[in-house]
Design a protein around this ligand. Structure first.
Ligand code: ZN
Ligand code: ZN
Length: 141
């Protein structure tokens, strides 16, 4: 299931899709183009990459679906992101915006062991700094 090395850009697209789904929105090329302020062809380039890794499926009418694998990977990275930003904000007293930005730079790279240690120190917070749910399915409590 592992060993896909996503670039930072591919990760942002995967997470944006996951978050659209979390917000019960439709996943489309147009939405991504808007979020990243790029033209549709650049979105499609990234989507093709993600599709080749088996993380998303492009379906008719410019709609997109996350695969089971894509969903699993996104959930993992989202967990890391939210844990890191809580840590930066609460422990290092960085403001929310900086915490979120810095977390985005490493959330897809950081190792499970480190993240689990941070989760423990933070006592498994239930929400991130934006008030979104933080689910610790894989963390040993
Ligand atoms: Zn964030
Ligand atoms: Zn956790």
């Amino acid at each position: 299931m592992h060993n896909i090395e996503l670039t930072s850009k591919e990760t942002s697209y995967l997470l944006a899709l996951w978050q659209l789904e979390e917000d019960k929105q439709k996943l489309s090329t147009g939405k991504l183009a808007k979020i990243f302020n790029v033209k549709a062809p650049s979105v499609i380039d990234i989507l093709k990459k993600l599709e080749s890794y088996g993380l998303v499926k492009r379906i008719p009418w410019k709609r997109i679906k996350l695969t089971k694998r894509g969903n699993y990977l996104a959930l993992n990275i989202i967990h890391n992101h939210r844990v890191l930003e809580v840590y930066f904000n609460k422990f290092l007293s960085l403001d929310k915006e900086t915490s979120c930005k810095e977390a985005s730079k490493i959330d897809y790279l950081v190792g499970t062991k480190l993240i689990e240690k941070i989760c423990k120190i933070l006592n498994y917070p239930e929400t991130c700094i934006h008030g979104k749910p933080l689910v610790h399915t894989k963390c040993v409590k």
